[in-house]
Design a protein around this ligand. Structure first.
Ligand code: LHQ
Length: 261
């Protein structure tokens, strides 16, 4: 598959989706929305993909909606329809994707680009990266899941302050607040993330997928419900080849070879 606004590469079980409109900090136009949605679907369907990395070309990660394309776009549809057709399905699909998704945050992430970063399971950032809600800067309310993820990740008061003031959040503070898992000097980010991604791609993919499902659902559950749901999912995990391999490898005192099955 060839794309015009993104790059998509698969090696060692790791699919890397690179947003590729560097002249506008990888802001989304309609074509990029379509292509990102297609690439996420491809990563979901392809059993050879056992970890997905999302990053940006050039100096930005993603500046959200391309504001240059905004006028023309919204003479035709409402914001609600636009969001329902564009960012919402991408965010939902990433959260439902039962494979680890890593945000390799190489530069600024703002608006829907911040939503994309927050929808990843893990985030590793370049030391100079920054995060900005951006919506209030153009007189809008949060979208693309930012009102859902941000308070869960850093707490309401910090999230509301970022949204209301539109202040940029540095990578260092984002790391201190638990919004990113780790920081790398810019020139080491790609290699650092690659090493993590390759390791995750060699992990028991089904178990990692079930882990994601359990932790997502647990936000809306009582303890009793969560215990019961864990027990249901463990039945599924217990029937995988990787579970049998893990136990056999432990007993034979050798490293396991997981196949994601
Ligand atoms: C851009 C953009 C951009 C075009 C930087 N578009 N060119 C969608 C529509 C409908 C309903 C509601 O929701 C949404 C979802 C959204 O995403 S709304 C939010 C849209 N995004 C923004 O408002 C972010 C605006 N950008 C910024 O705040 C800053 O540019 C950030 C924090 C991303 C980066 O700051 P800097 O590192 O200082 O870079 P810069 O501002 O100098 O930008 C570099 C270039 O990129 C510049 O172009 P130029 O030709 O002067 O070099 C910017 O115009 C361009 N750019 N964001 N969203």
């Amino acid at each position: 598959m060839t794309y015009g606004t993104i790059l998509y590469d698969l090696s060692d079980g790791v699919a890397t989706l690179t947003l590729n409109r560097p002249e506008v900090l990888n802001a989304f136009n309609d074509e990029m929305v379509r292509e990102v949605a297609e690439a996420v679907k491809a990563a979901e369907r392809d059993a050879a993909v056992r970890c997905l990395v999302i990053t940006g070309a050039g100096k930005g990660f993603c500046a959200g909606q391309d504001l240059g394309a905004l006028r023309a776009r919204f003479e035709r549809v409402s914001f609600r329809e636009h969001l329902q057709q564009t960012y919402n399905p991408i965010i939902a699909r990433l959260r439902a994707l039962e494979k680890p998704v890593i945000g390799q945050i190489n530069g600024a992430a703002a608006g829907a680009g911040l939503g994309l970063a927050l929808a990843c399971d893990l985030r590793y950032a370049a030391e100079g990266a920054k995060f900005r809600m951006a919506f209030s800067g153009i007189g809008l309310a949060p979208d693309s899941g930012t009102s859902f993820f941000l308070p869960r990740l850093i707490g309401y008061a910090r999230a509301y302050e970022l949204a209301a003031t539109n202040a940029p959040l540095t990578a260092a503070t984002a790391h201190a607040w638990g919004l990113v898992n780790g920081l790398f000097p810019a020139e080491q980010l790609a290699a650092g993330v690659r090493a993590i991604a390759v390791k995750l791609a060699a992990a028991p993919t089904k178990a990692l997928g079930l882990t994601k499902r359990a932790m997502n659902r647990a936000f809306q559950m009582t303890l009793d419900e969560a215990l019961d749901y864990e027990a249901q999912l463990q039945d599924i995990a217990g029937r995988t080849a990787d579970h049998h391999e893990g136990v056999a490898a432990f007993l034979e005192k050798r490293p396991p070879v997981f196949k994601g099955e």
